[in-house]
Design a protein around this ligand. Structure first.
Ligand code: ATP
Ligand code: PRP
Ligand code: NIO
Ligand code: MG
Length: 494
């Protein structure tokens, strides 16, 4: 696909012959019928009035930053491009439109629908993954008015949630800090299958490190991560259930015939420790059996959910016994997950336990065991944890992240700003809803330090803003030429 910078926005070439390599939309439900009925009734009326080919210009933008915040991350562009690259009504779809419009509609209209594609549509866009602000067009869509209106609903749909959830993910990343591992665990709580797949894609774009969503891993190449559930722990009764107890040494040099006994030996050593023995006595045997089994299954990546019974009196000591047994055989355990209770306090207690083991038993690196936290986390709980002080290395976040619990929609709009080179405006008593007419050129001014100061919109034929004082403003860069410092490389917030 050819791309050229024009008017501050990036032009995406949309002629189908040049788009042969673009695959279709990720979601096969994204078809020309994924629109509101009124786009087809208007298309008929434009066609009947002979207006359908008039050249129209629409701006796609939003009016207010979400989550009470100061910025938005633009996302969803790739899916819009995939949509228009393949935009063509099938015979089946045309028959359905015919059955949905009044029988008085002339048959020739359906011949017109049969012939339309997006070869006369031009899109100008800010790059996906950019930091953007209200009212500045994210995309400008130019083309025959009837065709462009048929794109409106799908475009707004594809940009709205994508930008909202990417922004939500970026905000979670900002609060968590760069050094934390952020895992998206939202599939089960997302708004249906498309919500789940889109959330995984755009949370990754917004700065999450991995997802638990296997389908998203396959579709987009997003790293997959996961732990195990409480059901796994409570499904076991006792270590006697484990029949295959043998485990090969990591270097393949020997085989431990009874890994279960090795784990029990370590648990007894921990109990006998002057410091650790004071924290716990008998641990839960169902949990010990589950952890031992998981350790046998994944000796090189052992991670255990430790809050099924009692974090400090059972989960953490049981985990440590298995981790130490694995360590004897040359394996390094990954860590624990906490999924209830006071996550700040428990993470600090678990860290102390790990550090004591490192000191007392001379197991180097044991104190740095990874701690993952989950359970209804959101920006506020992450902030509260930071303020209290915690020892969490990694956060698993689901419901609040993917459902955008704090704000369910971004309010993206698609407004006519010009037709046949004539400006158009929508008036409203609510001034925030008055549209800004004309094709625009958009500029982002950068300060001396290279940070963006302000976005400016000018008419297409107006001269670019002048830099009055070289010392105040660094070179003017057009929107779309570059993404912002520290924010996005290759469209992904890191
Ligand atoms: N130290 C903390 N400071 C602030 N919020 C916390 C802290 N620790 C946990 N939370 C949050 O408090 C809430 C605890 O929720 P709730 O009491 O329903 O869970 P729980 O009883 O601990 O666990 P569950 O019911 O899932 O077994 C969660 O939203 C969690 O993210
Ligand atoms: O809390 P979220 O941010 O949505 O993250 C995903 C949650 O999903 C899992 O358990 P699930 O919530 O299904 O069970 P639970 O309600 O018993 O914790 C996991 O243990 C997390 O708690
Ligand atoms: O892998 C996990 O721990 C996980 C995945 C989805 C939801 N909750 C937890
Ligand atoms: Mg939960």
């Amino acid at each position: 696909m050819a791309a050229a910078v024009a008017n501050g926005l990036k032009k995406e070439q949309t002629r189908p012959n040049k788009c042969a390599v673009i695959s279709g939309p990720t979601n096969p439900m994204v078809t020309p019928l994924l629109t509101d009925l009124y786009q087809f009734t208007m298309a008929y009326s434009y066609w009947k009035a002979g207006k359908h080919d008039e050249r129209a210009v629409f701006d796609l933008y939003f009016r207010k930053n979400p989550f009470g915040g100061e910025y938005t991350i633009f996302a969803g562009l790739e899916e819009c491009i995939k949509f228009i690259a393949h935009f063509k009504l099938t015979e089946d779809e045309i028959a359905f439109i015919r059955s949905s419009l009044p029988p008085t509609c002339e048959g020739a209209f359906y011949g017109y629908l049969r012939g339309i594609n997006c070869s006369d549509v031009e899109i100008y866009s800010i790059p996906e993954g950019s930091v953007v602000f209200p009212k500045v067009p994210l995309m400008r869509i130019e083309g025959p008015i009837a065709v462009v209106q048929l794109l409106e609903t799908a475009f707004v749909n594809l940009i709205n949630y994508a930008s909202l959830v990417t922004t939500n993910a970026a905000r979670h990343r900002f609060v968590a800090g760069k050094s934390k591992l952020l895992l998206e665990f939202g599939l089960r709580r997302a708004q249906g299958p498309d919500g789940g797949i889109s959330a995984s894609k755009y949370c990754y774009m917004g700065g999450f490190d991995a997802t638990s969503n296997v389908a998203a891993g396959k579709l987009f190449g997003i790293p997959l991560r996961g732990t195990h559930s409480h059901a796994f722990v409570s499904s076991f009764l006792s270590p006697d259930e484990i029949t295959d107890k043998s485990l090969k040494h990591h270097d393949g040099s020997s085989v431990c015939k009874d890994f279960v006994s090795l784990v029990k030996t370590w648990l007894n050593k921990l109990k006998g420790s002057r410091i650790l023995g004071g924290i716990f006595s008998e641990t839960n045997q169902s949990e010990l059996a589950a952890f031992t089994s998981y350790g046998l299954a994944f000796p090189g990546s052992f991670l255990a959910l430790v809050d099924t019974y009692d974090v400090m009196r059972s989960g953490v000591p049981n985990f440590c016994a298995v981790a130490l047994a694995l360590n004897d055989l040359g394996y390094r355990a990954v860590g624990i997950r906490l999924d209830s209770g006071d996550l700040a306090y428990q993470s600090c207690e678990a860290r102390k336990f790990f550090q004591t083991i490192e000191k007392e038993f001379g197991v180097s690196g044991f104190g740095k065991m990874s701690i993952t936290a989950s359970n209804d986390l959101n920006e506020e709980t992450l902030d509260a944890l930071n303020k209290q002080g915690h020892e969490v290395d990694s956060f698993g976040i689901g419901t609040h992240l993917v459902t955008c619990y704090a704000q369910p929609s971004l309010g993206v709009v698609f407004k006519l700003v010009e037709i046949n080179n004539q400006p158009r405006i929508k008036l409203s008593e609510d001034v925030t809803k008055v549209s800004i007419p004309c094709k625009k050129r958009c500029f982002r001014l950068y300060g001396k330090e290279g940070y963006p100061l302000v976005d400016i919109m000018a008419g297409e034929n107006e001269p670019p803003p002048k830099i009055k004082n070289e010392k105040t403003y660094l070179p003017l860069r057009r929107l779309g030429n570059d993404v912002l410092n520290n924010w996005s490389k290759c469209g992904r917030i890191t």
